[in-house]
Design a binder for this molecule. Structure first.
Ligand SMILES: NC(=O)C1=CN([C@@H]2O[C@H](COP(=O)(O)OP(=O)(O)OC[C@H]3O[C@@H](n4cnc5c(N)ncnc54)[C@H](OP(=O)(O)O)[C@@H]3O)[C@@H](O)[C@H]2O)C=CC1
Ligand SMILES: [Mg+2]
Length: 340
């Protein structure tokens, strides 16, 4: 019997901000998202994060960390003019969010301009998004992922799937419209369930052949159309490892930009401790097996796995802390620790 969902934690945003400032910020953000004129005005005083062919610009700071440099609109215009671009291009910036001080934040791809020249002007480096996730701290990683996801969506949704005609974006980039059919398109994410299965003493982790060597993760799968999250979770576990899930607890969610935008819904689940035989669907997974608390605790301490002379990791390790899989594994280890 499936248990009702239970929230296991209170995210920081639920407790750390006063409701008045949060409400006014969200209303401000919604206004610039919806109203072209308000968005144009916000861009004049906003912050812009640069990307080059979807790779975000990072800057090494004096304090010894990488940061996401926030440029002003006039700075970006200057760079564009200096490097032979059209300064009007900055108007193509996409609204991502706004700061606590109500300053709008935008992403802008300078892929048409020479990469090295922009890097020199900005005193930064364009890096692959996966690497950026490792290098950035706190809220900067989800912000840069959101900026990239929106840029990618606009770059791949320029035409109406009904009429084949070009679609036009609004100023903020929150939607695209086909004026011929009247269809409005919104940026989308594919829902995915990710689940850490436990038999009470051990947890089940799997790996795909494309994962780096030695890395095992919680099992995941895309929701089919018309399915509830619980149905998708039970189906995926049955398909991938031949087990029947008994109870489900919701843990949290995450936007995952790789390879396209997924909406990861993370849960814990249990199986009957007498029915733990794993039969792996080799089409989906290279391996899946039960791990003890000791093995998992050891893996959680590994930040960068040791590698052999071919550069391949030599030990069992789990996804890094920015992945919601890591949080599920950490939560399970903490719960087991409390039980013992
Ligand atoms: N943040 C985290 O901690 C983690 C995130 N993930 C992410 O979860 C996602 C799903 O995990 P995965 O195990 O691969 O999923 P599945 O078990 O569903 O297997 C992938 C299959 O789904 C198909 N597929 C790809 N995109 C979609 C879509 N949008 N809707 C429906 N089916 C689709 C693929 O087909 P095809 O043959 O065309 O490729 C492939 O056959 C991945 O994007 C992965 O990166 C996974 C683990 C950890
Ligand atoms: Mg899967």
């Amino acid at each position: 019997m499936l248990q009702p969902l239970r929230i296991l934690f209170r995210p920081k945003w639920m407790v750390s901000r006063s409701s008045a400032s949060y409400v006014s910020r969200m209303r401000h953000l919604n206004k610039i998202k919806e109203e072209d004129e308000a968005c144009r005005a916000a861009l004049q005083s906003g912050n812009i994060f640069l990307y080059h062919k979807l790779a975000p610009l990072l800057r090494w700071t004096d304090s010894g960390i990488y940061q996401l440099p926030a440029l002003q609109t006039k700075d970006v215009e200057e760079i564009l003019e200096k490097l032979g671009g059209d300064k009007e291009m900055v108007k193509e910036s996409i609204l991502i969010n706004c700061t606590e001080q109500n300053e709008a934040q935008f992403s802008f791809d300078v892929g048409a301009i020479d990469q090295a020249a922009v890097e020199e002007q900005c005193r930064g480096t364009f890096v692959d998004l996966r690497k950026a996730f490792f290098l950035l701290r706190g809220s900067e990683a989800p912000l840069v992922a959101r900026g990239q996801a929106l840029l990618r969506w606009h770059q791949t949704n320029g035409f109406c799937s009904s009429t084949g005609q070009p679609t036009q974006r609004n100023q903020s980039g929150s939607q695209r419209v086909c004026h011929s059919s009247g269809i409005t398109y919104y940026p989308k994410m594919s829902p995915v369930v990710i689940v850490l299965v436990s038999d009470g003493k051990r947890c089940l982790l799997g790996r795909q052949s494309t994962f780096p060597r030695g890395m095992y993760s919680a099992l995941a799968g895309f929701c089919d159309i018309g399915e509830t999250m619980e149905e998708a979770l039970r189906r995926e576990i049955a398909e991938e490892v031949g087990l029947e899930v008994e109870s489900i607890q919701y843990s949290g969610s995450q936007h995952w930009p790789f390879p396209q935008s997924s909406f990861m819904v993370a849960c814990h689940a249990t199986v009957n401790p007498d029915k733990t035989h794993v039969s792996v669907d080799k089409e989906e997974l290279e391996d899946a097996r039960w791990f003890s608390l000791e093995e998992v605790q050891e893996a959680l301490t590994i930040k960068v796995p040791p590698r052999n002379n071919k550069g391949e990791p030599t030990v069992f390790w789990v996804p890094p802390s920015y992945a919601i899989a890591n949080r599920l594994i950490q939560e399970w280890a903490n719960q087991q620790h409390l039980k013992s």
